[in-house]
Write a protein that binds this ligand. Structure first.
Ligand code: SF4
Length: 222
């Protein structure tokens, strides 16, 4: 599969049905909903990338949240992980506002684009190896299309880091929070813990070390 630009990938992703388990799951979640969102229409489809098509910073997450992006239809929008991400992006001047609640909230990203290794919310946030392989084409194509403009890539969580390294054929790199790799003829790679509730509620990821990831990216782009 080859796409001509990011807009074409963004249009194709919501129509993708390659992973029957995930398509069934996101449909069921959208149907059942949770109490606090029972009056809302869930997106219930694969979620495309979001942001500035001329971005020099690419952020790679794991997958949409079942009641976050799978509900709102925009990456990292409408859940706690998204609150952390957009607040940090706002504080480092990559985002136009600190809160990201819905697709029509006016949020704009400047010089940043948000992607993920899997575009359908997986049960227990655990996509299978086959599902990761199926979805890899979209990230591969984003990287191919953005290759000349990208200066910094942030991978959120080990799984995103390992998938990026696989695609880019980077061997022997160790994952750790704020581990930063500068390479010849490639974007600088920054590894980060994922801002999932599992990490932020337990104190594994605290606000200042999290913000430092985006400050580092900002510094590299200046
Ligand atoms: S996870 Fe990716 S490949 Fe699988 S159905 Fe969703 S969008 Fe398609």
């Amino acid at each position: 599969m080859r796409f001509k630009d990011l807009a074409e990938i963004e249009a194709a992703i919501p129509r993708c049905t390659k992973c029957p388990r995930l398509i069934q799951y996101i449909g069921e979640v959208a149907e059942k909903k949770v109490k606090r969102y029972r009056d809302q229409n869930y997106w219930g489809k694969p979620v495309p990338g979001f942001g500035d098509h001329a971005a020099r910073l690419l952020i790679i997450g794991l997958a949409p949240g079942a009641h976050g992006a799978n509900r709102t239809g925009r990456m990292f929008t409408g859940d706690d992980s998204g609150h952390w991400l957009y607040k940090a992006l706002y504080e480092t001047a990559f985002a136009s506002q600190p809160q990201s609640e819905s697709r029509d909230d006016g949020m704009q990203l400047h010089d940043a684009y948000i992607s993920a290794i899997v575009r359908c919310a997986p049960p227990q946030n655990k996509p299978t190896a086959e599902e990761r392989r199926n979805c890899s084409v979209y990230l591969e194509e984003e990287l191919r299309i953005m290759r000349r403009q990208l200066k910094v890539v942030i991978c959120l969580g080990r799984m995103a880091f390992e998938q990026y390294c696989r695609i880019e054929k980077l061997h022997g790199l160790e994952f750790g929070h704020l581990f930063t790799y500068t390479m010849k003829d490639r974007p600088t790679l920054i590894a980060s813990y994922h801002p999932s509730r599992q990490n932020t509620n337990t104190g594994r990821l605290k606000w200042e070390p999290w913000l430092a990831v985006f400050k580092t990216a900002r510094g590299l782009l200046q």
